[in-house]
Design a protein around this ligand. Structure first.
Ligand code: MN
Length: 389
């Protein structure tokens, strides 16, 4: 058994031992890349240690922009502040949850004493180059990020508690088991946070998640505030996006085969097109929807379908010759440069004309894969789930 994948009993022993070693003069900082799983895991770790140390702060290295994540932080009162590297000296100890020191250059130089994560183990760049004896195994290492300066040849800091178990669908599940093992009943807020962490990382058990995750979810349900959970789940849009919906409704046009299309003109990111397209999948009777707009110098078209036709093929048919286009049965995406729009034609008309008239290509030998859909910063963290997230 690799030391990187302890059994639950071994992990529990290590946790108890580490917890006993905590002292009242320690000032801890838990560092996270804030997404629901990381926020919840940090909250749980704080709960586990806070009575035994002087202070525990939670610091995030990213900006939180997704409405559900903002709602989670607000309704569950999660005290996550922006990480300020210049304040590092005010802490005596560091922990990282739902991520690893190798995941972000911001973490490279920090001597973590606690690492708890469910992503596959990945060594730091310098460890990959010259694995230290007794260091983390290097064979699983993804390629280290480029352009990061090699760390100084300081002896690697050995964490007191290292628990990396990729078998779990969420770090929140690991933290839930720690709470159970330590006989700590979570407050409604903590339980709700962990529930949402598991729910998000497993896509409500549609994408991943095993029996352990399900059992943790059930146990947490006894303590959680379902009203708050519902409010977080339903926080899908920001006030600032509403004018986009207005544009979408006004520009909505019927398309062949029970579809509709909307043109939003210039938007800040493709994520907004995705949010609007996803909204239309809630309308019964629309077989497919294409929501398009201009992001920078690119036109992006987001396709959503009910599965009655292969929407990825439709995306391919409409735009394969001007950019990248494709997808699968219910999701599709096309991107092409504004310069590909026929001269003299408005981009909106160009898109609409193609959506109305293009014929499917004979099944290509190999379907061109849809360009990866970026879901926004917070989820970009979930590297194992999608190229990531
Ligand atoms: Mn996670």
């Amino acid at each position: 058994m690799s030391p990187a994948t302890p059994t639950n009993a071994a992990a529990m022993r290590a946790m108890r031992e580490w917890r006993r070693s905590l002292t009242k003069d320690q000032r801890w900082c838990i560092l996270i890349t804030a997404d629901p799983d990381a926020l919840a895991s940090a909250l749980a770790l704080k709960r586990i240690m806070q009575a035994r140390v002087r202070s525990v702060d939670i610091a995030r290295t990213n900006e939180v922009t997704r409405p559900d994540n903002l709602a989670m932080i607000r309704y569950l009162r999660i005290p996550a502040r922006q990480w300020q590297p210049e304040k590092a000296a005010s802490y005596t100890h560091f922990a990282i949850v739902d991520s690893q020191p190798s995941h972000n250059p911001a973490y490279f130089d920090i001597p973590f004493d606690v690492i708890i994560d469910h992503h596959p183990p990945r060594p730091l760049p310098q460890e990959a180059a010259a694995p230290a004896p007794g260091g983390r195994p290097a064979e699983n290492g993804g390629d280290p990020e480029d352009g990061t300066p090699p760390a100084k040849a300081a002896p690697p800091h050995v964490p007191a508690l290292l628990d990396i178990r990729p078998g779990f669908g969420a770090t929140s599940t690991m933290m839930t088991r720690y709470l159970q093992g330590l006989r700590i009943s979570p407050t409604p807020h903590l339980a709700t946070a962990l529930l949402y962490g598991i729910r998000t990382d497993t896509a409500a058990f549609e994408r991943s998640g095993g029996e352990d995750d399900l059992r943790a979810y059930q146990w947490l349900s006894r303590f959680a505030d379902t009203g708050i959970l519902r409010r977080i789940i339903r926080s899908e849009y920001l006030r600032a996006w509403l004018p986009l919906f207005s544009r979408a409704f006004r520009s909505l046009r019927d398309c062949r085969g029970g579809g509709v299309q909307a043109w939003l003109n210039e938007v800040d990111t493709g994520d907004l097109l995705v949010a609007v397209a996803d909204f239309f999948t809630r309308v019964h009777g629309l077989k497919w929807v294409a929501v398009s707009g201009i992001v920078g110098k690119k036109v992006i078209v987001i396709f959503r379908g009910d599965g009655s036709r292969d929407i990825g093929r439709l995306a391919d048919a409409c735009f394969h010759d001007v950019g990248s286009a494709g997808g699968h049965r219910t999701l599709g995406r096309a991107e092409f440069p504004l310069s590909a729009v026929t001269p003299g034609m408005k981009p909106a008309d160009f898109v609409q004309h193609r959506l109305m008239s293009r014929k499917l290509r004979p099944l290509p030998v190999q379907q061109s894969p849809a360009p990866a859909e970026t879901e926004g910063d917070e989820r970009d963290h979930d590297r194992d789930a999608h190229g990531d997230n």
